[in-house]
Design a protein around this ligand. Structure first.
Ligand SMILES: [Zn+2]
Length: 176
């Protein structure tokens, strides 16, 4: 920031009057010379998707994104839900700890309509001696530390994380 020059609007550096200039100027006032394509893009607010829908150019086509999401969901193999694992609703982008809770707000939704994906517990990240980098001399190993880290990682396998993420399978209540 210190090196950045401060220019007020009344400074002669802020803008210059040009004569005999021809070329594309976008709606925002930017001069693009011969590049009419970029000038038009710069001045546009919306763009048209291949599907025909018009959306803000700094965004994306939500209809196509939704379609891709559904295709991805349908491509997942099916597994009968065990009634215990957390569920992720792909249609609501929401996690559910239990199926019973889904229908409690005066809603009548079917299991299928929720597009449930069976969740898997996240895995622990193993500890490595990199974590203690600042406390160790370079190129000198510490065997006691290595042993401790090994024991720690072994013990870590004995406990489960309490966090879930969408897994590989879409859930069904019974065999389809
Ligand atoms: Zn589209």
């Amino acid at each position: 920031m210190d090196n950045e020059k401060i220019i007020l609007s009344n400074s002669p550096d802020a803008a210059t009057y040009k004569e005999n200039l021809s070329g594309w100027v976008s709606r925002t006032g930017r001069f693009w010379g011969k590049d009419g394509h970029m000038a038009k893009w710069d001045g546009a607010t919306h763009t048209k998707c291949r599907c025909g829908i018009i959306f803000p150019k700094n965004s994306y086509c939500k209809t196509c994104a939704e379609k891709r999401r559904l295709e991805k969901f349908k491509a997942k193999p099916v597994m009968v839900w065990n009634g215990k694992d957390a569920l992720y609703s792909d249609s609501e982008d929401r996690y559910y700890g239990e199926w019973e809770g889904v229908n409690n707000e005066d809603r009548k939704v079917s299991f299928e309509s929720m597009n449930f994906i069976i969740c898997e517990r996240t895995e622990w990240r193993e500890l490595s001696d990199d974590f203690f980098e600042d406390s160790l001399c370079e190129d000198v190993g510490n065997d006691e530390l290595i042993d401790l880290i090994h024991d720690f990682n072994e013990n870590l396998k004995e406990i489960q994380t309490n966090c879930w993420e969408p897994g590989l399978y879409r859930a069904v209540l019974e065999e389809e």
